[in-house]
Design a protein around this ligand. Sequence first.
Ligand SMILES: [Zn+2]
Ligand SMILES: [Zn+2]
Length: 375
Amino acid sequence: MGKGTLRNKVCSCGSGKKFKNCHEKKESQEKIKLYEIENDMRETYSHQTCMVADELKCDCTKKIIKAHTVSKSSNLKQIAENGHVYGFKKSIMALDSNDGKFPVEKIGINKASVFNGFCSKHDKELFAIIEDKEIVFSNEQIFILAYRAISRELYLKYRSTENNQNMFDYDKGVKNVLLQKMFHDMVKQFSEGINLAVRDLEIIKNNYDNSLINQDYENIKYYIIIIDSIPEVMSSGCWIPEVTFNGEKLVDFNDKNKQFNSITVSTIALKENAGAIVFSWDDRIPCPECFQFLKSLNEIPDNNKGNAILKWMLECNENIYFSPKWWDSLDKKIQELLVDDMSNIMKLQLDLTNYHKYEGCVNWKILEIKTNLVL
Ligand SMILES: [Zn+2]
Ligand SMILES: [Zn+2]
């Protein structure tokens, strides 16, 4: 085969590009710098779009805003000090300079929990029912909290798909062929995982979109813990229940044909200084794993449920913000434990059983548990 033909072949790294435009000269290039990767990511996640259902996109305004996934006025403001909350600085450079751990930083409430995923009209209109109305836990309110979490998750996965393409470039300057191969295999495996997550989330999101359009919220399953204080920790997230609090493994991620459903969580402030932790999922895709996960939470004595939830949030959800007053009051050792759990991103096996270590972190007194599950 002629040299020219080889150059025009698809590169073996998996990027999909021609060899001549990909790895032909990569070895002689300068090694990638951390700040280049950081800039790459920042650019990827600055992409603006409205994640509303396709059928409603004709009403989108041109202005894509920084949409809060944790409400600013009703939730973040409640735990802020001088307009700031604490959160983890999710940056590769910060991770590098902080011993492989995410540092806790002060974040203005205008910036905390935002993503570029809704236009101004839809951000205002869709979420008015939880932003401007009293929370009474109607199916519609529970649904819309979940809709926001699912929309963010799909947005992030779409962006990650785009960023994965750039990752094929990150081995430039690496001369060792074996190292190059290992790196490519890792990126391919990672990309494959993200593609499967997108496949599943698109089906879930499509179901949510149909509910939104038809105003049919009957498929929502929920488990809501109402507490006697405003949660010191605010979060909105989405997770495939992979283990229970008892250590039972619920899913096999190697099963590529299985469609995984996701559970969402939102912490919210209620009137009269109360609060709630709202778990839910759309049951059109059966999710026995969601049920098992919540059953194991339900079995934990009430005085420890809060600490178990906190442990789970840190391990499985990065969209999390703290009351500065609360964080500063924690013992240094406890702070380190929380940071360690949050930074444990390369975990091989997730373990939620040792939430006892968090004892005393939060002292939520449970007033009521509202659920439509028979646990
Ligand atoms: Zn290549
Ligand atoms: Zn829109």
